[in-house]
Write a protein that binds this ligand. Structure first.
Ligand code: TRP
Length: 334
């Protein structure tokens, strides 16, 4: 019997290279070994985008196409839509008795996000909503509804997984052994830096290359990338290890070429502009098959919808089964 993987993504924007190298490539590997449920977490996305439903709706399809384009195989992975599984919302209600408000306020992931979202939740988080504060409970419902045993996440998500494990333990303690405690599987050990040298590539940081970026957009972004600041003139020698252009060359440039990039840079035989142009070219080559695959789905929205419907149907059956057990354990199976 294959173990079950459950992971989720908030549909708030397209996937970028950070997602691909950090998590996406890993999902593609794991899809052969596990029973895989991949949630498009639109209900969770609404907790901090409740005032922008169009954005969430659009990105449900955008992100699904991105996932398919990077090689997630819908025959192996159930891509499903959270809002179409009311069982998850119902579980959230039952689990909300098992977690204190203080515990949620102390959750480091929630804290960090509230601090970032001042416009929405106030300078000191005084306007935080009940829904946002409670999203870790809803995430515990996502995981347990599908009986996720392994949850591939980035390290920023670990406090959410811990919260889920606590809820599971408390549930089992009070109502009897019913739910499985999930394990984290750290999937983004390779966190990609941004073009600006920031430790993380992120949509909100404005330093990301999206899989759907055109050559023109990629050019603009790469041309503005941070290089060795001590290099002033074209033939100054420089240190590739502190250059973001070289950092990205390492990801997409063939080894034979890469050696030259490094040695020429160190020897002052490579101007940054031509080095950037080569990178732009190689990035576009790298993204070409992904874009080609994506185009097939863009041209066939019905297929994308069918894939989501099918994944959701499979996920719903599992969630119904979990809910039945939960209600039985809680003595509300009237
Ligand atoms: N919170 C996750 C994120 O922001 C998305 C998510 C929703 C998730 N449900 C999940 C991750 C269940 C793992 C398991 O990236």
């Amino acid at each position: 019997m294959k173990k079950t993987i459950l992971t989720g993504l908030r549909p708030t924007g397209n996937l970028h290279l950070g997602h691909l190298f950090g998590a996406g490539q890993n999902y593609v590997k794991l899809q052969d070994e596990y029973e895989f449920f991949l949630e498009i977490a639109d209900v969770q996305a609404l907790t901090d985008n409740f005032n922008n439903p169009e954005k969430v709706r659009k990105n449900v399809y955008e992100i699904t196409m991105d996932l398919l384009a990077i090689g997630i195989d819908p025959k192996k992975v159930n891509i499903f839509l959270q809002s179409k599984i009311p069982e998850i919302a119902e579980l959230t209600v039952y689990y909300s008795n098992l977690v204190t408000v203080n515990r949620l306020f102390r959750n480091p992931t929630v804290k960090a996000e509230v601090a970032q979202k001042k416009e929405l939740f106030g300078n000191n988080g005084e306007s935080i909503t009940y829904g946002f504060l409670g999203y870790p409970v809803s995430q515990a419902a996502d995981i347990t509804a599908l009986s996720g045993e392994v949850v591939p996440v980035g390290d920023d998500q670990l406090p959410l997984l811990e919260q889920c494990r606590e809820i599971v333990r408390k549930f089992n303690n009070i109502y009897g052994e019913t739910l499985k405690e999930p394990e984290a599987y750290l999937s983004n050990v390779t966190r990609l830096k941004g073009l600006d040298g920031n430790e993380k590539m992120g949509k909100s940081l404005g330093n990301a290359i999206f899989l759907v970026d055109s050559e023109e957009v990629i050019s603009k972004k790469v041309m503005a990338a941070v290089t060795d600041p001590s290099k002033i003139k074209k033939d100054d020698p420089a240190n590739p290890d502190i250059c973001m252009v070289y950092y990205y060359h390492k990801l997409v440039t063939p080894d034979s070429e890469l050696k030259n990039v490094c040695s020429e840079c160190k020897a002052g035989k490579r101007g940054c502009v031509s080095c950037k142009k080569e990178l732009i070219n190689n990035l576009c080559e790298f993204l070409k098959p992904i874009k080609e695959k994506r185009k097939q789905y863009e041209d066939n929205p019905k297929l994308v919808k069918d894939i989501l419907d099918n994944g959701t149907c499979n996920a719903k059956k599992k969630a119904e089964d979990t809910l039945r057990k939960v209600k039985h354990a809680m003595k509300i199976d009237y």
